[in-house]
Design a protein around this ligand. Structure first.
Ligand SMILES: [Ca+2]
Ligand SMILES: [Ca+2]
Ligand SMILES: [Ca+2]
Ligand SMILES: [Ca+2]
Length: 265
């Protein structure tokens, strides 16, 4: 074995040991990929699509045709959640709708929220006369543990250039003040990963609120994920614990290193 190959083997072993040692308790508590209608959430007024431009549903699964949402990309699988002009009279007629996910988080800590998000009304491709989001439009992700304080996790809001509150671009609202100031969303869904949810408890409610009442005030998201770490319980004494695993693996690496060196000698 060459010295280069030998070093690469060592590096791989160390990396593997680190991964086993430090990530062994990570778990996915929720992954909603919107690939079917076996829903992990409830919708405040149900899902709808009026066969025109107005929708609040899984696309294209529930009949949404191109080009309205076909313009989106960067989602996973074949489907994603889409919303556009959600106060449509053929739907519930209300400009604000909420998806609610209720999860059992007993035995987990260090909860993290992740998801893919996009917006179709920012006129980035020059396919419209203007961007379309008003000051009251937006998408807000919040969380609540055991009915306690509601935490703001991720907001997207219209910017308000010079106090203009009508038909502007949708940006991330990094300080949760209702005005977009951060990353510009596009029809290519962008990943927002590992946003911390503070606290411990037994039940987590995750809310995705969408507000919009006019054409092309559109939103898309996919792969809504909650991850956490299992709270440790004492392991059997004859199996290395997670905290001792790196030491255990280091001993293996040292032994292998000696074997390789002895062979080279
Ligand atoms: Ca999907
Ligand atoms: Ca508008
Ligand atoms: Ca802001
Ligand atoms: Ca409308």
């Amino acid at each position: 074995m060459s010295k280069f190959a030998n070093n690469r083997l060592m590096l791989k072993l160390v990396l593997l040991c680190c991964l086993v040692g430090f990530n062994s308790q990570a778990a996915i508590i929720l992954l909603e990929d919107f690939e079917d209608n076996n829903l992990t959430f409830s919708a405040s007024d149900g899902l709808f699509f009026d066969t025109g431009r107005d929708l609040f549903t899984i696309s294209p699964l529930n009949g949404v045709a191109s080009p309205i949402d076909g313009a989106y990309n960067g989602f996973n699988g074949e489907n994603f959640f889409a919303a556009d002009d959600i106060d449509d009279p053929q739907g519930p007629g209300i400009r604000s709708q909420t998806l609610t996910f209720n999860l059992n988080i007993s035995g987990f800590n260090n909860l993290l929220f992740s998801g893919l998000f996009g917006a179709g009304g920012n006129n980035l491709n020059g396919n419209d006369s203007t961007a379309r989001y008003d000051s009251a439009d937006g998408l807000r992700v919040r969380a609540q543990i055991d009915g306690g304080t509601i935490q703001d996790l991720l907001f997207f809001e219209a910017e308000q250039p010079g106090g203009d509150v009508t038909n502007n671009r949708l940006l991330q609202d990094t300080n949760f003040d209702g005005i977009g100031d951060g990353l510009l969303l596009s029809t290519s869904l962008t990943a927002f990963n590992n946003i911390a949810i503070n606290g411990l408890g037994s039940s987590l409610s995750l809310f995705i609120e969408i507000h919009g009442d006019a054409q092309s005030e559109s939103f898309a998201f996919d792969d809504i994920t909650i991850a956490g770490e299992r709270i440790s319980t004492p392991p059997p004494t004859d199996i290395p614990t997670p905290s001792s695993l790196p030491l255990f693996c280091f001993a293996i690496v040292l032994t292998l290193s000696n074997v390789v060196c002895n062979k080279r000698a």
